[in-house]
Design a protein around this ligand. Structure first.
Ligand code: PHE
Length: 339
C-alpha cells in the first residue's frame, strides 16, 4: 500500500498525467468517491488497527496534496485554459465618436455672446405668427409692395396666420410688453417662400437686435455694429453703411464689412468689390414705436438684423446654403469649436 501511495504521489507531483490539464478529470481520477484516493481510504478501513497509524498519515498527506493540486489546476484554468470565453481587459476601449455642434449653432452662440457682453438680453417668440407682429406693427402698409419683399408662407389660407419671415416680430412683442430702455436680441428660425438654391433657402436663421432709449442715435448704432463686426471677423475689419429701405426703419441701411477673405483687395467671395453685405439696420420708424405704445416723441432706437447662415458662410467659406440643412455628418464633423 505504501508503494501505491508513493506512486500516486509521484504521478501527481510529476504533472504528467493527462488529467492534470483539466480540473474536472483530475478530480474524477483522484478525489471523487470512486477515485484512486477514495479507494485507498476504503482499503485503509480494512487494515488492522496497528497499521492504520502508519498509513493514515501518508494517506491524509496524499489527499491534501491532491486537493492542493486540484486548486492549482482550477486557478490556472481560469487564467489560461478558458481565455477565449473571458473579456480581454487589456484591449483598447471602443472609441465613441464625439458629436460636434452645428455650424449655425456655433455662430448663433458667438453672435449672442458678443451682444450679451454689451448688455443685450435674449428674447424669443413664436415661429407661427400673426400678420400684426410680422408686418402691420412694423409699418408694412396693407397693400404695400414691401410685403412682397418677404415671400410668406401662410397657414391654411388664413392671411392672418403665417410663418414669421423675420424675428422682428419678437421685437414687437417685447416692445408691447416693456417700456424703454430696451436692449434685446432675438435669435430664431424664419421662413420665406423661396426656391431652394445654393444662395437661398426657405428656412434660415436670424439674429435681430433692438435698442430703444432716450437720445439713441445712428452713431450709437454704427459703433455697436462696428464692435460686433470686429469681434466676429477680426479687429482689422472695416464697416460701411449703404442707404437702403425697410418699412420699419428710417433711415435704413445695409451694412457691409471689408471682405474677411481677401481683406478688401478683391476675391470671388466679395465679387472683387472688397466688401460683403452682412445685415440690414436703421433707426426704428416712429410709427413702429407708436404701434407698440412707446412714446416716439421721447424715445428713439435702432434695429438690425442678420442671417446666421450668411455669417457662417463668410466665416467658414462654405458657399452652398443647402449644406447647412442636409445634416451630412461628413460636413458637420468639420466644425469643432469651443462653443
Ligand atoms: N428684418 C429685416 C430682414 O429680415 C432685417 C432688419 C432688421 C433690417 C432690423 C433693418 C432693421 O431682412
Amino acid at each position: 500500500m505504501l508503494e501505491k501511495i508513493k506512486k500516486i504521489k509521484e504521478e501527481i507531483l510529476s504533472g504528467l498525467s493527462s488529467t492534470q490539464k483539466d480540473a474536472e478529470s483530475f478530480r474524477l481520477r483522484y478525489l471523487s468517491k470512486k477515485g484512486i484516493i477514495s479507494e485507498l481510504f476504503d482499503s485503509f478501513k480494512a487494515l488492522p488497527s496497528e497499521q492504520k497509524k502508519q498509513y493514515g498519515k501518508k494517506l491524509n498527506e496524499l489527499k491534501q496534496l491532491a486537493t492542493q493540486k486540484l486548486e492549482e489546476i482550477r486557478a490556472s484554468g481560469e487564467s489560461t485554459g478558458k481565455e477565449k470565453d473571458k473579456p480581454d481587459l487589456t484591449r483598447p476601449g471602443i472609441q465613441l465618436p464625439l458629436g460636434t455642434r452645428h455650424p449655425v449653432s456655433i455662430i448663433r452662440r458667438e453672435i449672442i455672446d458678443i451682444f450679451t457682453r454689451l448688455g443685450f438680453v435674449i428674447s424669443e417668440g413664436p415661429e407661427i405668427e400673426d400678420d400684426w407682429h410680422v408686418f402691420s406693427a412694423l409699418n408694412f402698409p396693407q397693400d404695400h409692395p414691401a410685403r412682397d419683399m418677404q415671400d410668406t408662407f401662410f397657414i391654411r389660407r388664413n392671411p392672418d396666420i403665417l410663418l414669421r419671415t423675420h424675428t422682428s416680430s419678437v421685437q414687437v412683442r417685447v416692445m408691447e410688453k416693456q417700456q424703454p430702455p430696451i436692449r434685446t436680441i432675438s435669435p430664431g428660425r424664419v421662413f420665406r417662400n423661396e426656391a431652394i438654391s445654393a444662395r437661398a433657402h426657405c428656412i434660415f436663421h436670424q439674429v435681430e437686435g433692438l435698442y430703444i432709449d432716450e437720445g439713441v442715435s445712428f452713431a450709437d448704432m454704427r459703433q455697436v455694429l462696428l464692435y460686433f463686426a470686429r469681434e466676429m471677423f477680426g479687429q482689422e475689419t472695416q464697416i460701411r453703411l449703404r442707404p437702403s429701405f425697410f418699412p420699419f426703419t428710417e433711415p435704413s441701411a445695409e451694412m457691409d464689412i471689408s471682405c474677411s477673405i481677401c481683406g478688401g483687395s478683391g476675391c470671388n467671395v466679395c465679387k472683387y468689390s472688397g466688401w460683403v453685405e452682412i445685415m440690414g439696420c436703421g433707426m426704428v420708424d416712429p410709427n413702429v414705436l407708436d404701434n407698440c405704445n412707446i412714446d416716439s416723441e421721447k424715445y428713439t432706437g435702432y434695429a438690425f438684423g442678420m442671417g446666421i447662415e450668411r455669417i457662417a458662410m463668410l466665416k467658414y467659406q462654405v458657399n452652398d446654403l443647402r449644406l447647412y440643412f442636409e445634416n451630412d455628418k461628413r460636413f458637420l464633423d468639420q466644425f469643432i469649436s469651443a462653443w
